[in-house]
Ligand binder design. Sequence first.
Ligand SMILES: Cc1cc2nc3c(=O)[nH]c(=O)nc-3n(C[C@H](O)[C@H](O)[C@H](O)COP(=O)(O)OP(=O)(O)OC[C@H]3O[C@@H](n4cnc5c(N)ncnc54)[C@H](O)[C@@H]3O)c2cc1C
Length: 437
Amino acid sequence: MKKIFDAIVLGGGISGLVAAFNQQKKGKTVLLLEASNRFGGVIQTVIKEGYRLEQGPNSILTNVELHELIKELGIEGKIRKNEAIASTRYLLFKNMPLKMKPSWALLSSGFLKLGMAWAFLTERFRKKGALEEESIANFIRRRLNADILNRMINPLVTGVYAGDPEKLSLRSTFKKLYAMEQDYGSLVKAMFNRDKNSHKREAMSFKGGLATLTNTLAEKLGEHALLNTHVTTVESMEKGFKIRYNQGGIEKVVKSKEVISTLPPTVFGSICNMIDEPLQKELEAIEYAPMLLVYLGYPKASIGQALNGFGYLIPQQEKQPYLGGIWTSTIFPEVAPEEMELFTLFVGGVNNKAVVANIEESIEKAKMVFERHMQITSNPTFQSHYLHERAIPQFNLGYYKLMEKVDLAEKKYKGLKISGNWRSGVAIGDCVAGNVL
Ligand SMILES: Cc1cc2nc3c(=O)[nH]c(=O)nc-3n(C[C@H](O)[C@H](O)[C@H](O)COP(=O)(O)OP(=O)(O)OC[C@H]3O[C@@H](n4cnc5c(N)ncnc54)[C@H](O)[C@@H]3O)c2cc1C
């Protein structure tokens, strides 16, 4: 094998695969090292008993970079947009999934309060915030009100970060909201002024599931992407970098002019000699939310709730044993056998880390309550689960200051790029955009 590469990419999740593909496109010699026995990282599509399960993300919100990538990979024909009916979202309110569309049911539910409408109407007259950083919760309370935070924003934050809006930093998570206030002084004003031609964001997957994207990237990289190669050290040399990895118990060394890490922060901090100890400790301390995915299949005839949406998220104040449930086979019908419906429940998050130690109990509790919410009259005929102990990095208050330190470390070493979802943003679209180098 060639011993000096133009670029070595560490980690074969979506971030690493995109980074390596882009290097290859530029005509550079590239090598990607992935520790596990498959590519895709948390993106993982599996088939079980006739059901297609996404054991990580379930769909992608598209952006310009992702569209470009799909075109370059030649998989436009494999795009699977969600069923139109699934564009409707629900929230759980008083133990019932409530449709978030203007309707008599919504008006009469008590979900909307006069104060919420007043907060939106008067938002444009509120003063611009002076704080350098604030939590999502603080920002929403300040610009709108506490009911909007608790009923609408809290479940949205759960849906993306499985996190706590009181701890998450607005400027590190919902960057657009932060910019809207900075640029226009008001969210409402910004919405009226937004570029009408800007890219329409749609939820999608692929024929064969999300792994189609990562598998295609891995195929394009061919022999330049290696599995079962566990990176153990990354060192800077006078010119370039030296990377040691373990392959089947054998220590190997490769060198490169550039190195792009997409490893989780704890791993990267501990194996890279360019990161000093205090920074390493800070990287180790980045909080992660655990997530237990519970898959349930029921006969169509046993479900009382109308399945005409994406599923529902649950505001924290509803105090339920799970964060939300998506109506997986309503979004993409091909994932379940005919006559059956597949659901995915999300259990865990930063406020329920105990899920990791109580898997069976957590599943039973969530299942029981879910069946009540959905008016299901039979037991599931299919059940499965998958646990991510460290699912989503939390961009809590102070995160941007930590990232500035990582930027400094990166700048100190020519050819070093520190990437991955904890740098680019957690959504797959962000991971793609962050690695189009
Ligand atoms: C349960 C769940 C649901 C999600 N839902 C959505 C969703 O619906 N939509 C969306 O847009 N996003 C979603 N996300 C977020 C998104 O999937 C992730 O942020 C993104 O896939 C992370 O990609 P990555 O390449 O940065 O990291 P990873 O996928 O974690 O990849 C890192 C890779 O590094 C490898 N590695 C680790 N250590 C070493 C080592 N020493 N040597 C070599 N390799 C190593 C790992 O094996 C792994 O393959 C979800 C995430 C989770 C966990």
